[in-house]
Design a protein around this ligand. Structure first.
Ligand code: ADP
Ligand code: ZN
Ligand code: ZN
Length: 748
């Protein structure tokens, strides 16, 4: 049992670096754990103060006589901080990190905002003048200003976070409007009843939609169990446009009606302006938003508000999970299949599991929502571990699922069509353009960028720091999409000096050029990493397309998420199978998700939607299932494959990556790690419970100058893998080359 406890007095991000160590007296042993609130003598006068235990240890960090004793453990209600520290402890154990890293993940950075109180923007002008101002902003191409003013068509007051998040405004573009008396920044005011002082005349809060049967049954069943005190995880599996957001709002209303609080996680890219408005109209100032564009101070501010009980609903990306609500009653995770829910930095936590742990601490339920749930999630639902609700119809009247057609591109080629557009797609695009309807063309980008290769020696030009080809851009520069390295396009091959360098592959820019050639006169917009790189670029393109400033939107993954464009009646997927052959066991699932979501973009309104999937492998089950919008069919085949090859959820997969700037050290490090794994897990390996695959070079072997080797470990038992991880870490720590080799574990 631990003898000592690390304690921080003021709970804040900065204090975490220097906790104070105390001794746990005999009578309190067993009661002290991470997150618990204790009384301790502090400072010269030994005044008793309250603090939080953040870590436990067996060894004293100082001379024993200098260490004071904990005076007592506070009983009673568990504070939000206490819960968050417990969550951090759990994350550290589960995902492998230091307690310090875990604490910094859950605690916001304390930073005062200059004008702390101002968080609402009110429109001071009437409708007629507003339209004039919008016209003027449009004429002068003040895009940010135009976006802000348009937002005031529905609401009199908008949250400041929406302006800097979904509308991408900077304080400098807000200020001139305030100076001219068009808008005013307002302090926190109680607008709990959104109808009062919140909405434009003529817009009514009672526009609240009437739930259809499927929606109502789902909401009532969950609320019913909630009122009986049942707390668990539910999966709401509803096709795109089936009205899941309306169900969430119903559940939120129910839970806050009982004096509790709610966290709603939405991947940032899907949290659109329309969604923010919907929540503002329904919940007024009880709801708050965070996003990555808020400053540290603004974020801290939001969390403080949550702590003081000024807000009851927090909406945001995965870090919103750490909102310090005292009385959390529900966590909802929209689009639970999204990759953005997994943290890429240590601790590499997954928001789904972490949400479940936090919910467990605070007695909350968890709702997972998706049109294409992860295989892992669906497996749990079908075994009855999660409650399950299926919604099969689109919610809007007259909105039906689009008609999907698959084109075999091998056949096109055989019959003499060498263009990237099949004859079917070309004909349909022409038809839609003639009807003044909109088209989205989706380019599955992975592996599909353009690079330069030499026709004499066959070499492709690669990044000197990473093991990938450089991508050719329209400005005639070659760029690395991993590390940002760039050079001007060379005229001679760097390897053999041959002048015959030619571009390979098809990028979005090239597709745009081909679209212009194939459909002269059509107005196009392109959305990819390049066009959205500048601030507000993303919003600008979406707003322009929504305003019908273009007929065809060409883009990558980004265009398939969350946005509602009622005039889009055709979605073309140019090469569906590109992502099928990525070196990752989840690539089939990702392809299915992407295709299903891309297809879901068509025909969101009353006009019938059409989808064309172009592919070189029409018989692949992921493509077949996506075309038929058949999730269950996809799941059956995918599970067979995962069982056959022992991939999650059929077992737990842990990766161990060893990296070093020196190739031979990466090799030696991996050898040592492998020895440690084999030593510790010898029994499990013999019994066949633990399977090792590799070590192999990482898919991108050299990244940012680091050589990377990977070992895969598959096991049915999570705990065994965690014990192996702890053992290998301890073994390698302080080893011969530990300074030049880094070891990273990830549980998938
Ligand atoms: P999802 O989150 O499942 O994609 P949304 O909740 O965004 O779906 O709903 C899709 C569209 O259908 C929205 O425009 C929404 O206003 C509308 N909608 C949702 N439920 C209903 C309903 N019961 N009646 C009419 N329209 C609805
Ligand atoms: Zn060459
Ligand atoms: Zn690079």
């Amino acid at each position: 049992m631990a003898e000592f406890a690390d304690i921080i007095i003021d709970i804040s991000h900065e204090k975490v670096d220097r906790p104070f160590q105390y001794r746990i007296p005999e009578r309190l042993k067993g009661q002290v754990h991470a997150g618990c609130q204790v009384d301790v003598p502090f400072g010269k006068g030994n005044v008793i103060r309250s603090g939080y235990v953040v870590d436990l240890s067996d060894k004293p960090g100082f001379a024993l006589e200098k260490i004071k004793e904990i005076a007592g453990v506070r009983a009673g209600s568990v504070s939000a901080e206490s819960q968050l520290i417990q969550v951090a402890w759990w994350m550290k154990e589960r995902y492998g990190s230091t307690m310090n890293q875990a604490l910094k993940t859950v605690l916001p950075v304390k930073q005062q905002v200059k004008q702390q109180e101002k968080r609402w923007i009110r429109c001071l002008i009437g409708r007629k003048e507003l339209e004039e101002q919008i016209g003027e902003a449009a004429k002068k191409k003040y895009r940010a200003r135009e976006r802000l003013l348009k937002a005031f068509r529905e609401l009199d007051i908008i949250p400041y976070e929406m302006a800097v998040g979904q509308l991408s405004l900077t304080p400098s573009s807000i200020k001139p409007l305030a100076e001219k008396g068009i808008i005013a920044l307002e302090a926190v005011t109680d607008y709990r009843d959104p109808a009062k002082g919140f909405l434009r005349d003529g817009i009514h809060a009672e526009k609240k939609v009437e739930l259809n049967d499927e929606q109502r049954n789902t909401a009532e069943a969950i609320c019913g169990e909630y009122d009986q005190g049942i707390r668990k995880t539910y999966l709401i599996h509803g096709i795109t446009g089936s009205g899941k957001t309306e169900i969430y709002m119903e559940l939120i209303e129910h839970v806050i009606g009982q004096g509790k609080e709610v966290i709603l996680l939405i991947p940032e890219i899907s949290l659109t302006y329309q969604t923010v408005v919907r929540f503002c109209i329904r919940f007024g100032s009880q709801v708050s938003f965070i996003n990555s564009k808020l400053s540290q101070g603004e974020r801290y501010d939001q969390f403080e508000r949550a702590k003081k009980g000024e807000i009851r609903i927090m909406i945001g990306p995965r870090s919103a999970l750490f909102t310090p609500f005292k009385n959390l009653g529900l966590i909802i995770m929209d689009e639970e299949h999204e990759g953005a829910y997994k943290s890429e930095i240590t601790p590499r936590y997954h928001a789904r599991e972490t949400a479940q742990y936090r919910a467990h601490l605070s007695g909350a339920s968890v709702i997972l929502g998706s049109a294409t749930p992860l295989v892992e999630t669906y497996a749990k639902a079908s075994h009855g571990i999660y409650g399950y609700f299926r919604i099969t119809k689109r919610a809007k009247k007259n909105s039906i699922l689009p008609k999907v057609q698959v084109v075999d591109m091998r056949k096109e080629l055989k019959e003499g069509n060498r263009s990237v557009f099949s004859r079917l797609l070309k004909g349909l695009v022409e038809e839609k353009l003639a009807n003044r309807e909109q088209v989205m063309l989706f380019l599955n980008r992975r592996g599909y960028s353009q690079f330069l290769s030499c026709r004499s020696c066959g070499e492709a030009i690669k990044c000197p720091h990473c093991d990938v080809t450089l991508t050719l851009h329209q400005d005639n520069r070659l760029r690395c999409h991993y590390c940002g390295y760039q050079i001007p396009r060379p005229s001679l091959c760097p390897a053999c000096a041959s002048p015959y360098l030619a571009p390979f592959g098809t990028g979005t820019q090239k597709v745009e050029a081909m679209v212009r050639e194939a459909f002269p006169g059509a107005r196009t917009l392109r959305m990819d990493l390049d066009t959205t790189a500048k601030k507000g670029g993303h919003e600008e393109i979406l707003a322009a397309f929504a305003g019908h400033e273009a007929d065809i939107l060409i883009g990558t993954q980004m265009i398939v998420k969350g946005h509602d464009f009622p005039a889009v009646t055709l979605v073309g997927i140019l090469a569906a199978d590109v992502s099928l052959y990525a070196p990752d066991y989840r690539c089939g699932e990702r392809t299915f998700q992407l295709l299903t979501q891309a297809a879901g973009r068509a025909g969101r309104d009353e006009k019938e939607g059409q989808v064309v999937i172009q592919t070189y492998s029409p018989e692949h089950y992921c493509i077949e299932a996506a075309a038929a919008q058949d999730y269950e069919g996809f799941y059956r085949r995918e599970m067979e494959y995962r069982r056959l090859l022992s991939y999650p959820p059929a077992c737990v997969l842990m990766t161990l990556m060893v990296s070093s700037l020196r190739e031979e050290l990466a090799e030696k490090g991996m050898e040592a790690a492998l020895r440690a794994v084999k030593a510790f897990g010898s029994r499990e390996i013999q019994k066949g419970e633990l399977k090792l695959i590799g070590p192999v070079n990482a898919a991108v072997y050299k990244l940012n100058d680091l050589y990377r080797k990977i070992l895969y470990m598959k096991c049915g038992n999570y705990d065994i893998l965690i014990r192996i991880r702890n053992y290998v870490e301890a073994e390698l720590d302080g080893g011969a080359f530990s300074r030049q080799v880094s070891v990273l574990f990830d549980i998938i």
